[in-house]
Design a protein around this ligand. Structure first.
Ligand code: MRU
Length: 364
């Protein structure tokens, strides 16, 4: 595997470089982000995607806004940049979190140059934090896999995941995939059922690609297959990521996650959500009424991209006149979540569980 990181700062060019996820698995291209506008474009067009990586990209975007500033009112311009970035994708709370934290490092007591420097330091530190969080999530999740592996006499542990909560969605290791990578590294046999994840196929295109790069056995399945597999004891564990988790433990994640949670509950399959605390929205409780659900362009549903020989084609798969709905995320109620795997440990998906790991958030 080349650079295991998905995003890095190029000091010579004063720009950020990232894997252009729009083209995987067919092409592995680097996308350069040198301005606030390019950072926002990268987020809206899903050059980068996945909650933690969106947050880190936004933090670099704030730095680039400062670095390229040439107007009169620095503070006002940074506020504008913050609002504009925040409006790029509404569901993943990591975006607002990173932008607000970036704003908080700006001080009127400092020169523009000093503030700019602090913003770069902040972006780099957030990136580092996400790397550490992924490692910790991996270590806690690994314990769950170990227990199942021992019960199965080291037959492969069958794990189902949805969308891409892998290293491509983060900086390294991922969230849902972090325990899987560590299990594989530790020689514990695992096999991953990868939901293709229509309409953008992040499972088929991205999760399958990154697991393949790491040599982890996996099988891509159409989104509707999970229930059948669970009924036939072919799934030991579901692990998914999250874009926003509420204080009550409700989890917003890629559309279709809820249906997997229902099937898991009906079949007694443990359903875990792996998330760093940067994905917890400490201000809300009810995911269904309070989490904004992004609706994306109809073309993501009506068009498909594929490879024929050496050429990549985009083609229409619906009748010309059919209407399309494209909700990007859904909310899995906490009652369907077996546990949350965070960087501080595994907890119940409820307020008490979350506060047992993050007691400082309970203080007024
Ligand atoms: O629309 P996307 O591809 O950004 O959605 C990504 C997901 O839903 C991931 O599962 C989530 O961000 C968790 S990433 C560790």
């Amino acid at each position: 595997m080349g650079n295991p990181q998905t995003i890095w700062f190029n000091h010579q060019k004063n720009s950020v470089e990232t894997i252009d996820q729009r083209h995987l698995p067919f092409l592995n291209l680097i996308y350069e982000i040198g301005t606030l506008e390019e950072a926002r474009f990268a987020i809206t067009e899903m050059v980068v995607r996945g909650a933690p990586l969106i947050g880190v990209t936004a933090a670099y975007g704030m730095y680039l806004a400062a670095s390229n500033f040439s107007g009169n009112d620095f503070q006002a311009e940074m506020q504008r940049a913050a609002e504009w970035l925040k409006s790029s994708r509404p569901t993943a709370v990591n975006l607002a979190f990173a932008v607000d934290e970036a704003l908080s490092v700006i001080s009127e007591q400092h020169t523009i140059l000093q503030n700019t420097h602090h913003l770069l330091e902040y972006a780099e530190s957030l990136k580092q934090r996400e790397i550490e969080f992924s490692k910790q999530i991996g270590m806690y999740g690994l314990e769950l896999i170990k227990v199942i592996s021992e019960k199965k006499n080291r037959e492969p542990v069958q794990i189902l995941t949805h969308c891409n909560a892998g290293r491509l969605a983060c900086v390294e290791l991922g969230t849902a995939t972090a325990p899987i990578y560590l299990a594989h590294e530790a020689g514990i046999p695992v096999h991953v059922w990868v939901d293709e994840t229509r309409p953008r196929n992040q499972g088929a295109r991205l999760t399958a690609w990154e697991l393949g790069e790491a040599g982890i056995p996996h099988t891509v399945i159409p989104d509707n297959t999970g229930g059948h597999l669970m009924q036939h004891q072919m799934v030991d564990l579901v692990i998914v990521g999250s874009d926003r988790t509420t204080m009550n433990g409700d989890v917003a994640n890629k559309i279709g996650t809820y249906l997997k949670a229902l099937a898991a509950a009906d079949n007694g399959v443990p359903f875990y959500v792996a998330l760093p605390s940067t994905t917890i929205d400490w201000t809300i409780n009810d995911g269904i009424t309070e989490i904004p659900i992004e609706q994306r362009n109809a073309s993501e549903v009506s068009m498909m991209e594929g490879k024929l020989g050496d050429e990549i084609y985009e083609f229409r798969i619906l009748p010309e006149k059919s209407q399309v709905a494209n909700y990007g995320f859904d909310v899995t109620p906490a009652r369907l979540v077996t546990g949350l795997i965070t960087e501080r440990g595994i907890c119940n998906a409820n307020r008490e569980g979350i506060l047992s790991l993050f007691p400082e958030k309970g203080k007024k």
